[in-house]
Design a protein around this ligand. Structure first.
Ligand code: NG1
Ligand code: ZN
Length: 551
């Protein structure tokens, strides 16, 4: 790291009151950092540049800044900080970030000084920032503003230019582990994942119902660049045909979020029936699989499916290698009830439910030797405790066990290297799913047969203030406004296997409604009824909304 030089408060004050004046009030660090209209983020980027330096000084390690708004439209953008271990910014610092960004221009420096004092930050400590951005038109300007903040604090900057979110997380960890996790370069990232993938695949490229070719919808986002780079590394092992590769409008009727929420194929994916397709999102940290059958029926295999597929596979490898490591699965309330029943009753793997946002899933997953976490939307990964990785690596070399035990352990060491443990990574997850389907000789309908999803629907409700909705019990219970949970309970009761919950979005100014029940025709009605209840109670219209009775 660079030699210490002082934070230049004079320059900071000067810039905050000229180029980087506050533009909007009340912007919040939410589930995925700050996210809003790109033109309102310039002063935020400057502040985040500075805050990342303070965080780096405190943690005595490199901190990341990623500029992206993932699946949001092109006009939006966002910034998130990445902690030294590759995790999302610690929750307590979300408030610090929010307060700093919202400080009045002339109170910015005093707020900054207060953070330094309250957190006991040693201003003399060195700092390193790893910066990355997506392909949005507004991203270079935000990167520039962040760099102005970083420079004013005289920190070391490693600007990786255009990268996707999981690559940025990888780079932060690679830098902080001095290359132990992987070489701290993009080529290091491609090399690590593709080498492990090819090792497992061996010489048998196709197997049973599995063929080594798929269609990939890249949401016209930054992920398309990584897919194209991977194509070179995977030549002869996996053919990935890319569409929505950046030549069209970002996230417009394509990408993992669109496909998951709308439950339809994206634009431009033209494929024969039963062809294996995947959609990744705008910053390549989510992935879903899908296909359309010969009757033109759409089939979605989402994050819940990936989690169960991986859990079953790893459980099998642990049995073969006879290692007694524990596996656990972490979901959110958005997980389909069908998947949760399957995990409990068939897989018999412990399953936990936590609040939305990967940081919650990640933390819970850390409790297991092998923690598998996925949001239904396809955001997730698998994390191995250091001690578990050591047990697996030792077992792969242990001459006192049988060859099949050793082989299973060796396979697991390659699986560990295919996985980007630092955060959900669409392309790493894809390589893992491809590995498992190949091992089983499965096509997508074979995979789909393991359990049935309950029909489900998500709706967005625009209300005066989305924070009027407050939840508890991993968001499954609505505690505010008063009376809303009772109404949801009354509605849900009318439907077989009905379940519904509501929560304010952390990335959009809306309230999300989720509903599922046994009958596909009913689920739209249940979701709409709950949406009406939310609209009325959150906007103070009442006392009781008119809810259509069940036919
Ligand atoms: P919000 O807008 O808070 O629901 C969405 C996703 C999260 C997470 C973040 C970050 C759903 C229901 N919510 O958050 O799971 O992925 O975006 O991208 O999918
Ligand atoms: Zn994303």
């Amino acid at each position: 790291m660079q030699d210490f030089k002082n934070i230049n408060y004079e320059i900071i004050e000067n810039l905050r009151t000229t180029d980087f004046k506050k533009r909007v009030e009340g912007i919040q660090y939410g589930t995925a950092g700050f996210r809003t209209k790109a033109e309102d983020l310039v002063h935020v980027a400057f502040a985040m540049g500075i805050l990342s330096v303070l965080r780096s000084k405190l943690k005595k390690a490199a901190v990341g800044i990623m500029i992206t708004a993932s699946h949001n439209p092109e006009c939006d953008n966002g910034l998130k900080l990445v902690d030294p271990s590759g995790e999302m910014l610690e929750t307590a610092w979300e408030k610090i970030a929010t307060d700093l960004v919202n400080a009045d221009d002339n109170n910015f420096v005093p707020t900054l000084r207060k953070v330094i004092k309250d957190q006991g930050i040693n201003e003399a400590a060195p700092a390193t920032i790893i910066l990355g951005r997506d392909t949005r038109k507004s991203s270079p300007k935000l990167a520039e503003a962040a760099i102005k903040g970083i420079d004013a604090c005289h920190a070391t900057l490693k600007d990786f230019g255009i990268v996707n979110t999981p690559q940025l997380h990888y780079l932060v960890v690679a830098v902080n582990t001095n290359g132990e996790y992987g070489d701290s370069s993009l080529s290091g990232y491609y090399q690590k994942l593709s080498t492990a993938f090819k090792n497992i695949r061996g010489t048998r490229i196709n197997n049973g119902q599995y063929s080594a070719e798929l269609q990939l919808d890249a949401a016209n986002g930054v992920g398309a660049l990584a897919v194209k780079a991977f194509q070179e590394y995977l030549k002869g092992f996996l053919t990935v045909n890319v569409c929505n590769d950046g030549s069209g409008e970002l996230n417009y009727m394509c990408g993992a979020d669109y496909v998951k929420i709308q439950q339809v194929p994206p634009l431009n994916v033209v494929s024969k029936p039963n062809v294996r397709c995947v959609s990744i999102d705008g910053d390549a940290d989510r992935i879903v699989y899908f296909y359309t059958d010969e009757n033109n029926k759409f089939h979605l295999l989402d994050g819940d499916r990936i989690a169960t597929l991986v859990a079953e596979y790893l459980k099998g490898l642990l049995q073969e290698s006879q290692l007694s490591l524990n596996i656990g699965l972490v979901q959110t309330a958005y997980a389909n009830g069908g998947s949760t029943d399957y995990i409990k009753n068939n897989l018999k793997v412990p399953v936990a439910c936590v609040s939305t946002g990967v940081k919650h899933l990640h933390h819970k997953a850390l409790e297991f030797d092998i923690g598998i976490y996925f949001e239904a939307n396809g955001h997730g990964t698998i994390i191995f405790k250091d001690s578990a990785m050591k047990v697996i690596r030792d077992a792969a070399k242990d001459k006192n066990t049988t060859e099949s035990q050793r082989k299973a352990a060796a396979k697991m060491t390659d699986v560990i290297d295919v996985i980007n443990q630092t955060v959900g990574d669409a392309l790493s997850d894809m390589l893992l799913v491809e590995t498992i389907l190949h091992a089983k000789g499965w096509n997508l309908s074979d995979w789909e047969e393991s359990y049935n999803d309950l029909p489900n629907r998500q709706l967005k409700v625009k209300v005066q203030d989305r924070n009027a909705i407050e939840t508890a019990d991993a968001e499954r219970l609505c505690v505010k406004p008063k009376g809303l949970q009772e109404q949801i309970d009354d509605l849900v009761k009318q439907y077989s296997r009905g379940r519904s919950f509501v929560r304010p979005s952390g990335t959009e100014d809306i309230v999300r409604v989720y509903a599922e029940c046994e009958n596909a025709a009913d689920v739209e009605k249940l979701a709409a009824e709950v949406a009406v209840a939310v609209y009325n109670l959150a906007n103070g219209i009442g006392p009781k909304p008119v809810v259509p009775s069940k036919m």
